[in-house]
Design a protein around this ligand. Structure first.
Ligand SMILES: [Zn+2]
Length: 577
């Protein structure tokens, strides 16, 4: 491998010699990228080369496609392929096709070449002979221009896999580059939104799968859209260590919430493989398809399926356009009936660990790059409806009013007062509305939400009970009625003590000082996985005052690097029973 820093510094001709082979027999692609150095990441280098390909004149693009060998073709038989192509074709089992498969490939290849005038090109990593044949049979029906674009994008994918084996860079930079790259795909302009099974979401899943394949994992997308990667160990333990987080986002999201816990383990797994380090167990990396519940309110859908808690009643949920969850899954090419089989057998799972950006300011305040999570807070949520007496804003004297909004204002302050009095408890009124309100009307009705959380359920319940009693006092004093409806009661989940200690020991070995321990105020996939197996979580420092679920959410490559090294240490020390 060559260090990216070295590639960035060397004379242009040396650079072209070093990376020219990323695009088959086409060093001109590297020549186009050379003056654009320095690149911040291997992904940046790859993107610059792909841009050069996509912007090249048509004749040059066709020459690039024609520079590729036919899959399982004459050149492969005669041993005339480049070293890279030979390895790739062998990896997909193309050197060991059955006679039938070979016959079908040959005839489709011939049909394809006659139709388009160039050979069929496919990034075969992750393919089997049958899936290659299926892709070829589908693509041979394309129209000429579409197919040229598809062929070029496959050439770019081939280069992505070759870059990963050629270019070395610090883990932190690789992690940040993957998060940046995923954030370029969005449902909204100028903001990151990735909700369940939209075209953006499916493209994101495909990219994550490519990241996994590039790292040397086997990878597939399961029936709910989870991206699942696997790094086999040396077989000492029959158990699996699971890790992961979600790749869907809220509307107008940050780049790291969820995704960090997918791309960091991928970077680490790639490093382990390249370094020849074998774990004693199989490591499975899960990119959960759905955690935020944006499109169908199907929160934790991905981890629920893996934990064996998939609830088929959710299939009828509708999105804003009236599409059911079931229809969305089928339209994405998945089989709804296959979802229950995603559930893992608890006997085969050693633990689930999740790396996540903190989404708060605690580590920032403590000047610590990583922290160990002790528990995940449960939350109690309710909606309160206050009914008062509407009236004319000019004619009703103050003493005779029963103003619903004024009562609501007192409730907001009561929540703040009660939750401030108890360390470890937080309370929020996030929704506050005067339905149909007008400037000149005394509010007759007001609706608000209350969300109270704590790592300790007893503290949370006590605060919630006090707030409920205070709501009744306020209502009585003001002559309004208040009804409170519970909408969520999720118990807090403790992290497994042994895993908490293992994270703490790894953080201490890597950073030389004890990592802060903190409860998570936000819910995470690990909560759902706790019903399957023991869980542990590592938090990574959040910049910008700890802001999250917002485009200003940020973290540093240095912290990503520390977290990756802590993760490597953890994986090497954890002992699956
Ligand atoms: Zn998250």
């Amino acid at each position: 491998m060559i260090a990216l820093t070295q590639l960035n510094r060397m004379p242009a001709d040396e650079f072209v010699a070093a990376v020219g082979s990323l695009f088959e027999h086409s060093p001109w692609v590297a020549q186009c990228a050379a003056p654009l150095r320095p690149f911040a990441s291997a992904i940046g280098l790859h993107r610059a080369m792909c841009d050069a390909v996509m912007q090249a004149p048509e004749e040059r693009q066709l020459a690039l496609i024609r520079a590729h060998p036919e899959l399982a073709g004459r050149a492969a038989l005669k041993g005339e392929l480049t070293a890279a192509s030979t390895g790739e074709q062998k990896g997909a089992g193309l050197s060991a096709c059955s006679a039938d498969q070979l016959h079908r490939l040959r005839s489709l290849n011939f049909e394809y070449r006659s139709r388009f005038g160039f050979p069929f090109v496919l990034a075969v990593k992750g393919h089997t002979p049958d899936s290659v044949i299926a892709a070829l049979a589908e693509r041979v029906t394309h129209d000429q221009n579409d197919e040229r674009t598809v062929a070029l994008s496959e050439i770019c994918r081939i280069a992505r896999f070759r870059v990963a084996d050629l270019v070395d860079e610090p883990l932190g930079d690789a992690i940040m580059a993957m998060a940046d790259d995923l954030a370029t795909m969005s449902e909204t302009n100028d903001a990151l939104t990735c909700s369940y099974l939209t075209p953006t979401h499916r493209a994101t899943a495909a990219r994550i799968r490519d990241f996994m394949l590039a790292a040397g994992l086997t990878a597939h997308i399961d029936a709910v859209g989870n991206v699942v990667g696997r790094l086999d160990g040396d077989g000492r333990s029959g158990k699996r260590v699971l890790t992961g987080s979600h790749y869907d986002t809220v509307i107008n999201a940050g780049k790291y919430d969820g995704r960090l816990g997918v791309v960091l383990p991928i970077a680490v797994a790639g490093w382990l493989r390249r370094s020849g380090v074998k774990l004693g167990y199989t490591l499975e990396i899960l990119g959960f398809a759905e955690e935020e519940g944006v499109r169908f309110k199907s929160t934790f859908l991905g981890s629920r399926a893996v934990a064996g808690r998939f609830d088929s009643s959710v299939l009828g949920s509708l999105d804003k356009a009236g599409v059911t969850l079931r229809e969305a899954i089928v339209a994405a090419g998945h089989d709804v009936a296959a979802i229950p089989a995603i559930a893992r057998d608890p006997a085969e799972v050693a633990c689930f660990v999740e790396v996540h950006i903190e989404q708060g300011p605690v580590l920032l305040e403590a000047s610590a790059p990583v922290g160990v999570v002790t528990r995940i807070a449960g939350s109690l949520r309710s909606m309160v409806t206050i009914t008062g007496m509407p009236g004319h804003a000019g004619t009703v004297p103050m003493a005779l009013r029963h103003d619903a909004a004024a009562a609501a204002a007192e409730i907001v302050l009561a929540v703040e007062r009660r939750c401030s009095a108890e360390p470890g408890v937080v309370g929020t009124v996030g929704k506050l509305e005067v339905p149909g309100g007008a400037v000149n009307v005394i509010p007759g009705r007001c609706e608000l939400s209350i969300d109270i959380r704590s790592g300790e359920d007893a503290l949370r319940d006590a605060a919630d009970a006090d707030v409920s009693a205070e709501i009744l006092n306020i209502a009585k004093r003001r002559g309004v009625t208040a009804t409170q409806t519970r909408v969520l009661d999720a118990a807090s989940v403790a992290c497994t003590p042994a895993l908490e200690e293992a994270w703490a020991a790894s953080a201490l070995r890597v950073t030389g000082r004890p990592a802060p321990r903190l409860a998570s105020g936000a819910g995470h996939d690990a909560m759902m996985m706790a019903s399957l197996t023991g869980i542990g979580m590592l938090f990574v420092r959040c910049g910008n005052g700890g802001i999250s679920h917002h485009p200003d959410e940020t973290m540093s490559a240095g912290d990503a690097d520390v977290a990756a090294r802590v993760f490597v240490d953890f994986l090497q020390h954890v002992q699956p029973a």
